[in-house]
Design a protein around this ligand. Sequence first.
Ligand SMILES: Cc1cc2nc3c(=O)[nH]c(=O)nc-3n(C[C@H](O)[C@H](O)[C@H](O)COP(=O)(O)OP(=O)(O)OC[C@H]3O[C@@H](n4cnc5c(N)ncnc54)[C@H](O)[C@@H]3O)c2cc1C
Length: 436
Amino acid sequence: MTGKPPHDNSSTKGTALVIGAGFGGIAAALRLRALGYKVQVVDRAPMLGGRAQVFERDGYRHDAGPTVITAPFLFEELFTLYGKKLEDYVELRELEPWYRFYFADGDTFDYGGTVEQTLAEIGRFSESDKQGYLKLLDHSRKIFDAGFSRLADQPFHSVWRLLAAGPKLFMLQTYNSVWQMVSKYISHPKVRQAFSIQPLLVGGNPFDTTSIYGLIHFLERKWGVFFAMGGTGALVASLGQLMSDAGIEVRLNTTVKQIQVEAGVATGAILESGEVIAADMVVSNVDPMYLYRHMLPADIQSTAVKLKQRKAQLSMGLFVLYFGTTRQYPEVAHHTIWMGERYQSLLDEIFASVPSHELPRDRLTGASLTIIDALTAAGLCRTRGEARRIVAQRGAYVNNRPVEDIEIQLGETDLASPSVMVLRCGKKRYALLRFT
Ligand SMILES: Cc1cc2nc3c(=O)[nH]c(=O)nc-3n(C[C@H](O)[C@H](O)[C@H](O)COP(=O)(O)OP(=O)(O)OC[C@H]3O[C@@H](n4cnc5c(N)ncnc54)[C@H](O)[C@@H]3O)c2cc1C
């Protein structure tokens, strides 16, 4: 749909409230506005962008999250809706190479550019894998056709649509892992590694993530891999400008406590401040698990939805190390991936399932959580007596720091991440406590 930018926020369709101003929420807001809704976006954070926020420290500016863009047309579409061009707002430049791999023995592998360039790089490792790569790319294209072209803009809650695509995806053996798919066509261990890391980008283990993610090979080939000049924050800023031009109202520092539901229909949102924002349509772009667990009344959720929440496994999170420098490093490509000496065994260790238990967040305040409580709640000790004994023997650790005091109280400062505490007994028995 193209059209003139509606500079005011008047409505022809009704009102829409979008919760979350990450890329997803911003895109939803722009699309709804273009359809004629009067749109308001709220976000609890002080700035737009969600995981793609920018922060500054000690004079250095950091993109907190994404650094590469793999489907630029999705951004271009948003500008086209308002008769504008993305390139008039921000420059997306294709990376060369898309990725550079450094292996532990000093070998490098540049991936990207033309197919011929990639084949030349593969040839440095294995001549026979050049043909294999072309077959891998063809297989990836077929998965892309079935899994992305047909399903990417379809509601995934529609079982029928999934079933319709199912036989095709089954024929493409998407029950195999990404590693199995790559290994079928590629034999050199380093090239196998380079072409199987994609699930790691979404917190999945290449050795057990469905090869549907193998479609990324073709996706990258089709559109390339880009960087927004000025950083991903520049892209967020350009979308903020577009929302402002479109007359979309944005309220930051505004936390939604609950979605207001009346007779089974979402009618607005209740803010933490107690204010209610009424809307004809409510779009949530917060993490789905958080939405269902904390923002939607349990009594309106079907048994199937509740069951799904209980069974669902969250994907792996990540630690990000930010650093600033005034030097240039010509040998380091924009997207450089350092591989260690081990691959599968390292991933096995990283993804080994660590038992995780939830506690209410208020246990972290008011000195109500002792190390003994934590060890028993995490299931690492069966009894408080056992927990006391282990702490006394200096065998208990919080975030890998030994606990020396049996009376110690744990609080917010003992978290390893905003909501997780890592507990360990002895050398290898780990458990996580999640505070929600
Ligand atoms: C370190 C890192 C690197 C990444 N690199 C890449 C990359 O290079 N390329 C790529 O394509 N993807 C990358 N990703 C993934 C990408 O960042 C995300 O998929 C994308 O930003 C998610 O956007 P979103 O709008 O769905 O969610 P989010 O960005 O998480 O937005 C959700 C928003 O909801 C708000 N919110 C939550 N709860 C409430 C509430 N109760 N009330 C009000 N607001 C609320 C949050 O503040 C947030 O702003 C990366 C992610 C990370 C973390």
